[in-house]
Ligand binder design. Sequence first.
Ligand code: PHE
Length: 480
Amino acid sequence: MSQSTSSRSTWSNRWAFILVTIGSAVGLGNIWKFSYIAGASEGSVGIFVVVYLACVALIGLPLLMAEILIGRRGRGNPVVAMLNTARESGNSPWWALLGWVGIFGALMILSFYSVVSGWMVDYFWHSLVEGVQVGTPEAAVAAYDELMSNPLRLSFWHTIFMILATGVVARGVIGGIETANKIMLPLLFLILVLLTLWGAAVGDMPTALRFMFNLKVEAIKPGVVLDGMGHAFFSLSLGMGAIMAYGSYLDKRTSIGNTCVWIVVAGVFIGLLCGAAIFSLTFGFDLTPDTGPGLMLKTLPLAFTHMPGGRVFATLFFLFVIFAAWTSAISLLEPFVSWLTERYGIRRARAAWATALPVWLLGVAVCLSFNDWSEYRIFDRNLFGVLDHLATRFIMPLSGLAIAIYVGWRLGKVIVVDEIRLKQRAFTLWFNVLRYVVPVGISLVFLYELGGTALLIYVVPAGILLVFFIIKQVLRDWLK
Ligand code: PHE
């Protein structure tokens, strides 16, 4: 099933690849999720932010490089890329299962991601045609609740969003994804910078920054630390085959290390800028960083209502959010679509719409889980909560863990060195972090879900092992 490499298209240049990967990384995770998780860790938001940043650097960056490495070496969709690299390195073809896990995890995320994106399209549309008119916090909450209680309205906007995302994937990687990103990303930066400047002028930026970076070490809770780590995963699109699929279109000459640094810096910068803008507005208008997924939609429209030119800004803001979500959704759909086209030679457009249909259906069920079906619960979670929980808390960390083990321990140094052309010291650092720090770090996220006690039992031996291995490795490399 080895793919011919000559027929496979590549990004038109390195910047195109960086742009689309930033497009995948920056999305609802940075805007909608970041603000409500940060808001929920009241008292230790600074810890959350710092842990998130540390995890992006220590787990996210090395894993991002590993995923791109597999995609580029394997030259195919995640399944084929895993299969090709496993064969080349004499490993079991069963590793291809990892590709499948990513592909289905991505589709699962897309089903609820599209629904939440639909909320943004709804708010965009209303800001555009009638302006935001919510005079009091109660009215803002009521407006959000009204949307949540209406399955038809939720499904309608979810459908519109799915059509947007599928339309781009149907046009193909070079024709669709690259063009869309080239237009969307610069616009997205522009709108965000404007919004942050405006937030600083009208809102309360000092309080927002104090809120985001206030490091109260005494307030540190295990939940916050692990939340920060989990968020690093989601916000960098890791473990879902999305980055692997994009990496497979990357040409041989581009340096993976440099490229990834750009992607991570841009992703973090946009996330922090967004957080600063959102919290600056929140505090400037005396709103509280509420908890739950509704935070952004319950607070921002209120702020927009009370500001001069608020309607224009609200419209621009939601437009920006839709752009960001759109580019992420594209990367969630791409892995399976490229598998269908490469495996069965199905036309891209047909493959894209055929994939979108079941995802859309599941999304409709997610829309219903907020209202008519809200009494159907598993572990006290509606379908939306179950899908989000399963994908981000279990599939992503497990898949990331397996990728770190695969590249760090199974692929063989020859292949790894050949793809990651870093200077000796930088390579040793990256490789060791991937082999030791990443697996242990990810295991912490996963075990946290199993319970605090399991975590404690695990943390102590893992910590000792980690220190031991790092010392051994460093000594070995230096003695060489
Ligand atoms: N990183 C995206 C966001 O922050 C979500 C995503 C996750 C996209 C996994 C692709 C794969 O919104």
